[in-house]
Structures are given as C-alpha cells and as structure tokens.
Design a protein around this ligand. Sequence first.
Ligand code: ATP
Ligand code: MG
Length: 312
Amino acid sequence: MSARATTPPAIPLPLLRRGKVRDVYVVDGERLLLVASDRVSAFDVVMNERVPHKGAVLTQLTAWWLRAFGDLVPHHMLSADADEIIAAVPELAASRSGLAGRAMLCVRTEVFPIECVVRGYLSGSAWKEYAAKGTLAGEPLPPGLVESDRFDPPRFSPATKAESGHDENIPVTEVQRRLGDEAANALESLSRLVYSRGRDLAASRGIIIADTKFEFGRDAGGTIRLIDEVLTPDSSRFWPADGYAPGRSQPSFDKQPLRDYLDRERRAGRWNGEAPPPPLPADVVEATSLRYLDAFRRITGSPLVPTDAPNA
Ligand SMILES: Nc1ncnc2c1ncn2[C@@H]1O[C@H](COP(=O)(O)OP(=O)(O)OP(=O)(O)O)[C@@H](O)[C@H]1O
Ligand SMILES: [Mg+2]
C-alpha cells in the first residue's frame, strides 16, 4: 500500500456506488455527493498507490468547465466548495477534510444509459475498428484516414453504458430507438456543442482533447442535465498539442509516465497486465501527479490551490 494511506473521515451518507475512481453518496431524493479519490487506473487496472491531488483536479476541472458552460447546457453541479457543501448538508461538517477540493454536491438525476462519446480525432477503439473494417460503429468513414487524424466536424460516437465488461459502440439510430428521438437528438446536439467549445479552448492552451465521454440525466422536473465528470483527463484523451502528428498514436498528456512504466514491467515479464498491479516507484507517482496539476493549470490558466488532504 502507499505511504499516503491516511484514512479520511467517514462520510455519514449511504454509499450508492463506488467506481474505480469516484464514490457516490445519496444526500436525499434530489441530491447526490460525488467524491473523487486519488485512485488511478491504467489498462483498466486500479493501482495501489494514490496520486496526490488527482481527485481534486478531476472535481475542480469539472467545476471549472461547468461554470464555463453555464450558458450552453443545464448541468448537475450545485457546489464544489467544501464550506458551501457543509452549509447545505450540515451532517457533513465532521468530514470536511475528506471533502475539501474533491467533493461535488449535485442534482440527482436518472442517468441515460448511453456513453455520449464525441471524437475530434481518430484514436483508441475507433481507430482499431476503422483500421480493421473502415467503419465507426458499423457506419462507413471516408477511406485513407490515418491514426490520430482530425475529424471536422467532430463525430458523435455513442456507446452503451455496460454494467460489466466493455462498452459497445452503437449507431445513432440505436440511441434513437432506445431513448426516443427527442432525448437522443438532445444528447447528440449538447454533446457536440460542449465538446466543440471545450476542444477550441483547450487547443488554445496547448492541449488537444482528442475525444471525450459525457453523461446526461433527467432531473425530477424533467430537465436534461450534463452530469458526472466533464472534460477531465479521466473521461477524455488529452494530448500535448506541440508533439501532435497524425499517422501514429500520441502520448497521453497525463498518464504517459505511468503507462511507460507499466509497459516496461510487462516487457520485462514482471507484470501480466492484470490485477494485482505492480508497485509504482515514487517518481512515477510524482510525475503523474504533476501532469494532472499541469493539465488543470494549462486549461484553466491558474494553478490548483490544493486544499485536499491525502486520500486513502
Ligand atoms: N447527477 C447525477 N445523477 C445520477 N448519477 C450520477 C450523476 N452524476 C454522476 N452519476 C453517476 O455516478 C457514477 C460515478 O461513478 P464513477 O464514474 O466513479 O464510476 P463508473 O463510471 O460507474 O465506473 P468506473 O469509472 O469505475 O468505470 C456514474 O455511474 C455516473 O453515471
Ligand atoms: Mg465514470
């Protein structure tokens, strides 16, 4: 286990789910509390070590984007400030150090079971499918594209939100069949709008957001809201803009030191690519933490002022 395995104060709310990175608590029928940990995963395996400030970066970057998109789309954020959250939910007062920086109080919604992926560049599972069959979610793409090519306009490329196993790319017509035309069209147009605004802004600050995944839900009043995390390194591919060249895979802005280390361990026969993960050297953890903090600083233009306590 990591040297930073300090136990944060327990959060006195019912735990709705524990994801690979985030814990979701029920406040009441209308509100949820999302708490992002410093857990990090690579190749779908969660590491034992904690990456300092990573949870705070995820939460505060989401909060920053949602404030920037306030005019574009209704969203779920009520507050990402520990004092405001405690004022709204006083029973959390004793858990302050476990919330600071990393918690977001949200409007509870019924989640649409669709991963709203938008791709601005041909990469990942989309590149694999295109290279094999010339299609994306079964629909033909122009011939002659190379890995990491830019799409203009970006492609809306939905996937099922699988409870277990891997998400499956599906055509837009399948989203319409599952959700009805009105909701399906809203999800597509909102996803495109938010991604395009985010892609342009990040590009002007040296980061390519190659693709991303949004989630949407419907609140008790029937409004469709952007939920979950937004344009973070965990929900998106971030590439450094200065080294971008199509025709090959691109380094990951945030997780490359971690991936390179794990690749070396695999090639040396010390790791089989599955859980349990190998122990990470301190310099790899530190480099990863600095990358997350750097992504936050570059995109928002200000450093993250850490208020978060170490997180187990
Ligand atoms: N406003 C909201 N209303 C209802 N559910 C929400 C809201 N915001 C986020 N969620 C849900 O909270 C969960 C966040 O958990 P998290 O992202 O850590 O796990 P996951 O995506 O289910 O799994 P993993 O990330 O481990 O693959 C998601 O299931 C997401 O759909
Ligand atoms: Mg998630």
